[in-house]
Design a binder for this molecule. Structure first.
Ligand SMILES: Nc1ncnc2c1ncn2[C@@H]1O[C@H](COP(=O)(O)OP(=O)(O)O)[C@@H](O)[C@H]1O
Ligand SMILES: [Mg+2]
Length: 421
């Protein structure tokens, strides 16, 4: 790379600025171009020097780091802000992200950590600035992307009535695969109480669905964009709340409004869920255009899947709304894939092979299977094929324009279950 990354350091303490500068002085591709000792000075220097990256202290007298970040994000959108703070609680992180920060370093940090954060934020810069989603359509709604797109995004939900079946693994990888095909894609962690997406993608829970819930009656694209986080694979993600008790804040109406708003911003909204069926989960399933029902070749799993299919029938879901996917498929399992299909009287749309080491390593490292060195492995190929299956399904739909999935109503689900139609 020829151009170096131009960095501005903002901190009210000169010795802290000097320490940070020293951490960067031997980096070939990073150049500290200026320093600011206050929020006010930072806003001014950002405009004149247009740095690529701003390392911003939070606690400063006068305009603090959050206030300065807010103004700089508006005035100099090309500058990417990394917050440096001794505070690392989620409320702090959330405020920083809402102010436009792209990453967060907890003081004290080492040179490696700092350099990695600068590279990470700089690498994903083109996708981040200007605001990622709303601007991908032209002013009159014409597409800027070359891929086909929908007037309304499609909601694809992974669900299994048995925990541990692989919903999160599938949701993450299918979402990444679609995003890599240049569809405007977002992954939503709808497993509100114990969402795994943040851990499996190695992301900080700076913002979550809870932030949207509080404004769910009046969601605009800018606000949604400020809550959505960008994973380093370029996938956009809406995380589950950082604490289980916060899940209560998100109601059926909230989730319905949020998903409806996302339909206007994305081509694909991939939603991960938990195995418990409360009203919010039912709303998600009801709103879905496609449910990926994940099973494994075990009796308890199949028993629950069969029960869920009965429920789906009571909910009057069309047969084709649910795709059966066998995860961790193996010939060594007692119940064959063929048997599953005949017992449940529906085709198995995809089988995803078992590879414990690969799948768990990917999750532990926060690296999706369908990217990097693992993308040619059988599990990853199957996950990519599932993404292609989704793509084909909706490509057909665009041309035939037959299905009116968006019209499915989320109200009265339990009423329909209890009282028939
Ligand atoms: N195809 C697979 N091969 C091997 N292990 C898998 C596979 N898919 C998922 N796993 C493992 O199964 C566990 C549960 O997966 P996860 O995606 O979290 O399921 P869920 O979201 O349904 O609870 C994880 O430890 C994961 O690594
Ligand atoms: Mg999960």
């Amino acid at each position: 790379m020829s151009d170096s990354i131009r960095v501005m350091i903002v901190d009210d303490l000169p010795e802290t600025r000097e320490n940070v500068r020293k951490l960067l002085q031997f980096e070939q591709d990073i150049e500290v171009i200026c320093q600011a000792g206050s929020g006010e000075e930072a806003i001014e220097l950002a405009q004149t020097n247009q740095p690529d990256i701003i390392l911003m202290d939070i606690n400063m007298p006068g305009v603090d780091g959050i206030g300065a970040s807010q103004q700089i994000s508006e005035l100099v959108p090309r500058s990417q802000i990394i917050i440096m703070s001794v505070q690392s609680d989620s409320n702090y992180l959330r405020r920083a992200m809402l102010a436009g920060a792209r990453d967060f370093l907890t003081k004290p940090f080492g040179g490696d950590e700092l350099v990695a954060a600068i590279h990470r934020v700089h690498d994903k810069r083109p996708a981040v600035a200007p605001p990622p989603v709303a601007t991908q359509r032209g002013a009159t709604g014409e597409l800027i992307e070359s891929v086909p797109s929908f007037s309304e995004g499609k909601i694809v939900v992974t669900f299994s009535p048995k925990g541990g079946s692989g919903c999160s693994t599938i949701a993450i990888n299918v979402a990444v695969a679609l995003a890599r095909k240049n569809y405007r894609t977002i992954l939503v962690d709808g497993s509100l109480q114990f969402g795994d997406v943040a851990v499996m993608l190695n992301m900080k829970e700076m913002t979550s669905l809870v932030d949207l819930a509080s404004e769910a009656n009046d969601l605009d694209t800018d606000f949604i964009s400020s809550v959505v986080q960008l994973h380093r694979s370029e996938l956009q993600v809406l995380l589950a709340p950082p604490r289980p008790e916060m899940a209560e804040v998100v109601t059926e109406d909230h989730i319905k409004n949020i998903l409806d708003a996302l339909r206007n911003m994305y081509d694909y909204i991939i939603v991960d869920t938990s195995s418990s069926l409360n009203n919010v989960a039912l709303t998600i399933l009801d709103t879905a255009d496609q449910i990926i029902l994940v099973t494994q070749q075990t009796l308890p799993c199949l028993k629950n899947v069969s029960r869920f299919l009965n429920l789906a029938e009571s909910l009057e879901y069309p047969q084709e709304k649910i795709w059966l996917v066998v995860n961790r498929a193996s010939d060594k399992q007692g119940i064959s894939v063929k048997n599953i299909s005949s017992t449940l009287k529906r085709p198995v749309v995809m089988t995803i092979p078992d590879d414990e080491l690969l799948v768990s390593t990917a999750a532990n490292q926060g690296v999706p299977l369908v990217t990097g060195s693992t993308q040619k492995r059988p599990v990853s190929i199957a996950l990519s094929r599932l993404a292609e299956h989704i793509e084909k399904e909706f490509a057909v739909e665009i041309s035939s324009d037959t299905r009116e999935a968006a019209e499915s109503k989320s109200s009265g689900i339990l009423g329909r279950l209890l009282g028939g139609k």
